[in-house]
Design a protein around this ligand. Sequence first.
Ligand code: FCB
Length: 467
Amino acid sequence: MFSKTPQPDSHPDPRAAPTCPPGFPPGFLWGAATSAYQIEGSPLADGAGASIWHRFSHAPGTIANGETGDVACDHYRRFPDDVRLMRGLGLRAYRFSVNWGRVLPEGRGRLNRKGLAFYERLVDRLLDHGIAPVVTLYHWDLPVALDERGGWANRDVAHWFADYACLLYRSLGDRVELWITLNEPWVVMQGGYIAGTLAPGRRDLAEGARVSQNLLLAHGQAVRAYRAEGRHAIGIAVNLEPKYPASGSRADREATVRADAYMNRQFLDPIFRGEHPAEIREMFGAAWPEFSDEDIALARSPIDFLGVNYYTRGLTRHDPAVKPHRARNISEAARRTTEMGWEVCPEGLIDILEWVKARYGNPPIFITENGAAFPDPLPCQGIVDDPLRVAYLCDHLRAAHTALARGVDLRGYFAWSLLDNFEWAEGYSKRFGLVSVDRETQARIPKASARFYTEVIDTHGACLLDR
Ligand code: FCB
């Protein structure tokens, strides 16, 4: 928790950081990120098993405008062109996720060779173009067959996940050097099992508590399996928000501590410190099952790096109606918000990175997602001018640079997202891409923000200091 709430005009100017050398270090990894369900399309092609997102998006009333990922960016069929596009943008790395059910249609057991071959070809193509593949094993698309056995609420999921992970380590491990077990376990639990706004759409606090624990066990099993099978690096990607109290009242300050425990510490404390925050037990109450010493030891399996997804801060207000943490985010009138309604707060990135450094012993960090949805103008003569996204990226990259200069072990940055894509419950209405995608023709047009990012990469960030 952060006791001092930054004001829009009072935060330190990242450019003024005293020890800031110009630019990012050589070897800093510059990339962009996507996930399978959001871009691939062809969800059932070549023998793939359906995922919970396929089922959820086809249920009435779940997604804005009734949209689905059936076509998305048609990346499953267009990936060679997309890799060429990435090369043209100068990306050094590409973070994507594997759709579990393409590879194992029932989630376990029988292998679907054609599904695996897709990811093998993608990895090979990336390497041919000098782009490092970064693989996320799970970005929210659980096979329906496993959900029918209880999904993340069934403790066996840890073994199912580790077996699936092993298959990928063995198939791609000679070519992939960076692995991410789970994307945003907090969102999987909160959106999928408590709020029910994301697949599988359940609303059950006790189930959410079990899911929280099983996600940790699955992560730990996959890390352990990697130690036996893998030779490079593995980590996890979490969504973090520095939490600030909305007022000086005791209720808001206590709510801020709970919100911080719930979102920021729920998974990282067990992983790095071998214990759950006390607030988690308090807020779930009787719904929180015992977590044994063996479970904790598994969750604590050492990781090589932490992935941080950062979009906004959390200005926190006490709200007893919000279960289980009795707190909600509000936004300040003076702040710009993105189209998602999220406050733009680049200095929050410095705070959260410094917090990770201090609390968890300065682990190597990649910013595995950062970006913004704004209403883009229609392409005009092949140009999409998106100055708000350029400003967002510029300010956050400066913040990342400041964190680096203050001793955070930051190793790379991945913009979310390469392409305009299927933004979960928002459908295609929210566009995060550096590259615009025409929904009718699938034509890709790099936006001004893509050109800007290319310049950042080419100059190792030195151009940020001149803007
Ligand atoms: C993150 C998700 C990612 C994308 C961005 C906007 O929570 O990991 O898939 O939807 O938000």
